[in-house]
Every structure is written in C-alpha cells, then in structure tokens.
Unconditional design. Sequence first.
Lengths: 208, 208
Amino acid sequence: MARSPQNKDKLVATAIELFASKGYQATSVRDIAMAMDMTVSNIYHYFGSKEGLLRAILQHYAQILLDKLREAAAADLEPLERFRLLLSTHLRVAGTRPRENKIFLLDDERLSMEGIVDSRQVQRAVLDIYTNELRNLAELGLLREDNLRIQAFNIFGVINWHMRWYRPEGPLALETTINKICNFVLYGMIKRPDAELSGAPKNSGNSD
Amino acid sequence: MARSPQNKDKLVATAIELFASKGYQATSVRDIAMAMDMTVSNIYHYFGSKEGLLRAILQHYAQILLDKLREAAAADLEPLERFRLLLSTHLRVAGTRPRENKIFLLDDERLSMEGIVDSRQVQRAVLDIYTNELRNLAELGLLREDNLRIQAFNIFGVINWHMRWYRPEGPLALETTINKICNFVLYGMIKRPDAELSGAPKNSGNSD
DNA sequence: AATTTAACATAACGATCGCTCGATATTAAT
DNA sequence: ATTAATATCGAGCGATCGTTATGTTAAATT
C-alpha cells in the first residue's frame, strides 16, 4: 500500500519470478501486475515496455556477472588456480541468482534486435574472458585439447546446465556442488590431472 | 498445390523450423500456416491444437532418441567403451536433428500438465539410462566422483549445450566435434584417464 | 457411378495481448 | 500554500491469439 518508489524493486522481483517460471513470452504484463496487486499502466510508467522490463533485469544481472568474472580473472594466482576461481565464481553467481540466470540463458534470443544493450554481446564478453584464460593455460601446455572454442563451450555447458537441476532448497549445499562441478571441468580439460590439481581448495578467499 | 497427406510432413517440418527459431510461444499458428501457404484450419484438422502439433514433434524426436540410446546401452562392449558409445550416440542424434533437439530442451516446460505424453518423463528415462551406466562404472571403481546425480547432470550439460553453438554448416565436422566432447566428458569423470582410455576409437562400429 | 472420407478454404468468435490516454493521488520542492 | 514531479489508477484501443463452425473440393472406396 505504501506509495513509494520501492515498489519498483518489488515489480522487478515479481517479473523475475514470473519470467523464470513461465518464460518471458508466456508471461503477460497483466500477469505481473496482478501478482503484485498493481495496475498495468504503472509498469509502463516505470519501464516503457515489456521488453524494457526484461532488458532492465538482464542488464542488471549481466553487470553483476561480468564484474565478478573480471574480478576473478584478474586475481593474482597461478593460472590453474585462477581458472578454478573463475569457474567457482561463475557458478556462485549463477547459483545465487538462479532465476535471473535462467532468464538470461533462455530468453535472451527473444530480445528484438534494435536494442542498445544486446544480450548476445554480454555472452560474447563472457566467452572472451574464458578464451583468454584458456589460451594462457594452453601456452603453458596444460590443456589436452587445442581447440579452445570447443573447450570453452563444453565448460559453459556444465556451468549453465546446473540451472536446470540445482535447487537451493535441496539436499546439496551450493559450495559442495560448485566444488564437484569444478573438479569435473578441470579434470576434463587439463592434461595431467594427478600432478597439477590440488583437489578442493582449502581457503580460496573470494571477496563475496 | 497437390492435395495429399504428404503435406502433413511438410507441415511438421515447417513447424519444427519455426518453433526452433522463434520459440513455441512466439510462433503463432498463423505463422506456420502462412509459411507453407496453407490455411489455419488445416493444421487443426491434422493435430487438433497447437500443443498437439508440438506434442507430435516432441514425441517423434523422443522416440528416436530413446531408441538409439537404449540400443547403445545394450551394446556388448566393455563398460567404458559402451559409455563412450552412449555419449557419441546421444551427440549424434542431437547433432543430426538440431532443431528438434532445441525444441525438446527449451520448450518442454511449456506443455500443459494434462498431457498424456509428458516430456519430463522422457528426460527422466534418459537420466535413468545414464544413471544405470554410471552405477556400473562406479561399482568397477572407475569414477572419481561418487555422486552419480551430479555426474549425470554435468554430462547432460556438455551434451545438450552444443545445440547452442554447433552449426552443421560450420567448419567443424560433426564426428570430430563428437569425439572431442566425448573425451572431455570421459576425462572429467573417470579416475585414471591414462590407463583406461583408448583415445579416439578407431573403428567403434555403431549401427547407424 | 455413387458414396464416403479426408484434405483443404472462408470467415469469424471470444479472449487476451501489449500498450496508451486522461485523470487522480501522493510526495517533494519552492 | 502553490507548484512541480512522480506514482498510481480505470478504461479501453487495435491487433493478434488459439480455436471453431460451416462449407467445398479432391481422392478413396464401394
């Protein structure tokens, strides 16, 4: 009932909830308005269009994701440990915001092409971060496969797929899951797993 | 112009094309009808509803996928080689029918729950096939990770993600890509890669 | 040749879609 | 107190949605 701009946050939260559960196309503006007891026109007052609302959600999430990934990629660690930090950071962001992550991965193709903030170039930026790190590892002779593109996409598959099955309320703790996924990826890509991998990190201090 | 039931196949093909490129929800029945110069009512003559059309597409694809996977899982090979065959078969089916695979993975959640053929139970069946094989490998002490559920989902991630980036018309041959992906998965899951893996299969005769 | 069946078409129905308009209510600034 | 700016509302517009009712034509069957 409070008439304050904090309803904008509630609006975004409701839209995230609905977009993630039913999909962007299947969610009508009226659905969102009804779910939070607001009128349709108010949504347009805030975001101008349905796509503007989606764009705001995706842009916010993409900003967070890219910031954290770049921070991890800039860490002063050995290349392999830095890559593990990159992986775990990525998984942690996606696992902390599963709904935004789902929208980001599933509904980005539905954005009209005229938009200024293209979701595709965000995914391209993420790919570049990984490709850079992979090139480092390849030059050190640590990788078994020389096609970095395939390798990067394989890694994305593992990372992004866990939005399909991981449930925060389930029996598996997020950090445990992250560790197991990281191991799978690292053993899958490096050439000599026994020597190089230090197993589970004891105190990989991430600033979060 | 020919008035024959072969137009039904053309209808399915057109629907697959549009569902895969624009998504199920964003594709209207009129879109499909116009794309193949047919009237809307004819679609309903064939499939009864838009969801019936989607269901027919998914059911057909699921049947092919499950058949091939079960055939691979029944192969008389050593466990690890059989698992590689299972992986490559899965990738080959998905890579041969990329559009159906995309619809199957992205739009299955949009099916109404009343349906007789639930797309979810198909994915459950696929999961069961993999879990069985993984349990075999685990009992032989070949796996590094004991949580089969996580392992299976990691594998699904790699397999299913390649619909996002693999293009049959691109520079990478399908069989080459399949081999690299299989290696990534196998090295990621097994305990002693150097001894057990036979590298690229020379003549793993798959009946396809 | 007559009849039945399946493949098509035309037109429209009610519902819902994204969105806009004009007004009102509240808050902030002067 | 007045003004300006923002937040919220109710009503509705035109377009499109999935679907259907009612036909007409071509093929299959008898």
